[in-house]
Each structure stands twice: as structure tokens, then as C-alpha cells.
Design a protein around this ligand. Sequence first.
Ligand code: OGA
Ligand code: MN
Length: 277
Amino acid sequence: MTAAFTPLSPFGMEITGASGDQLVHQEAADRCRELLNEHGVMIYRELDIGDDDLVAFTRLLGEPEVAKTSEHRHPEIDTITLDPAKTNAVLAGYRRGNFHWHIDGATIPIPQKATLLTAREVDPAGGDTEFASTFLAYQALPEAEKARLDGLTVVHSFAAAQLRANPTPTDEERAAWNRVPSRTHPLVWTRSNGRKSLLVGATAGEVMELPGQEGQALLERLLDWATQPQFVLRHQWRRGDLVIWDNTGMLHRALPFEPTSRRLMHRTTLVGEEAVA
Ligand code: OGA
Ligand code: MN
């Protein structure tokens, strides 16, 4: 079967009629990377890619990260579920943070280049995933606002992100969050090719150059700006879908679903390739 490529709005590319084994070739991976950089999100509908092919394809795209869960026969695969029976219970709790707009790896020096998520089980009642392009959001800012943001830096922390999902943590929970080092990044991420994007989201806690409340108000305003409908793509999952996003320029979040949901994703990530500058 020949795969069909359909550009989505306001960004993204949907591919139908592809199979997992077709992807595990260098040419297919190179084409995917090129389209990913251009379109931000690649949605392979009902691809049903197996774990072996998922890892092989990830390797052809770049350098896979080793997953934190270490509970899969492939060390590169993370289990994404809220169900503590299906994964490490502490990590299942942390996944509630996925309901808030975020960029993966915003607390590390070089955020992950891309995330690959494939649906093993879907929830008919919820759990769509939304993406917001921080490239489009930056571009659309008034020039005076762009000038104001120039030179500002932001502290990103795991604690800031978890606090949104769990506003009344125990002392132990807070201590565990605080063990993850925080990171200060420029608010506007300028790539070596000149492209610019906003680096905001749940991990963004304070603006170094502004008084606390003023900085927080700015970060909330920019997050609201970046997640307006004209910058957002919503994906409704079918079992077997593989979605890949350019994590450096895509805020994303899961829409609500129950903790007891059967929704189950397998995820691989690509090590980052460009430090935030
Ligand atoms: C992730 C993530 C969102 C979802 O795996 O990094 O944010 O919809 N997932 O499961
Ligand atoms: Mn994520």
C-alpha cells in the first residue's frame, strides 16, 4: 500500500496507509525528519508499529534516550499511563503533570529533540493530545513585545510543573521534586538557523529579571497567548497511531481522562541536538 501525506492545519502532517516495517529504512527516517522540522508534528494513523520497529525507527531518526522507567525489555521505551498497576506507581503519579501544557525536558540543558508516542490502548471517553506551536506563537507577537522579551531568562523546574498537578504536596513529595535540578533558559529560544520560539509551559516558574509576581504574570500571559486555537492542533487517538513531535517547538498536553483509564502509550525520545540559546 502507498502511504498518503496530508498537511494539517495550523500545522502537522497526517500519514495514512503506512506500515511500521516501511519506516525502518534510512530514507523513510530522513524524510520523516525533514517533514518533522517543517510541520512540527507527524501523525502516522493506525501504523501499529511493534516495539522492535519503534526502537529501530527511533535509532534511524537520531539518538534515543534511555527511559526512566527501565521496565520494558527495550530500555528506550517508557510506559505512559496513569494506572499504577501498569508502571512504577510514583511515575504514574507524575504523569498527571501531562495534563498541563509543557515541553519535554525543559529542565535539562538540551531539551529532547523529539518525542514519539504510540497508542497501545485508547480511551473512548477522553485523552486526546493537543500541541501548540511556539514557533507560530512567537512569530505572531507584536514587534514591540518581541523586543521586550529579548534578554529575559526563565527558571524551569520539575517542582513548578508538578505543583500544577498536585498543589498540596506532602513534604516528601516536595523534597523529591526539589532533587531534580532546575535550569535557567532564555525565554526566547533562537536556533542556529535563526528560527525563534517561546520557551514557556508548566516548568516555567520565574523570570530572573522581573519581580516574582510580574514575572509569573508574564509567563501565564505568554502561555495563554501560545495556546490560542490558531496555534493549536488537537489529535484524537486511534489505537496504533504513532505521533512524533518536534519537542523543541511544541508545547503539548493530554486532555483529561480517568486515572483508571486503559489508555496506554509507549514512548521513545530523541536526545536533544541544540542547546537553548
Ligand atoms: C509525554 C506526554 C501526553 C499524552 O508523553 O511526554 O506529554 O497525551 N504525553 O499522553
Ligand atoms: Mn510530555
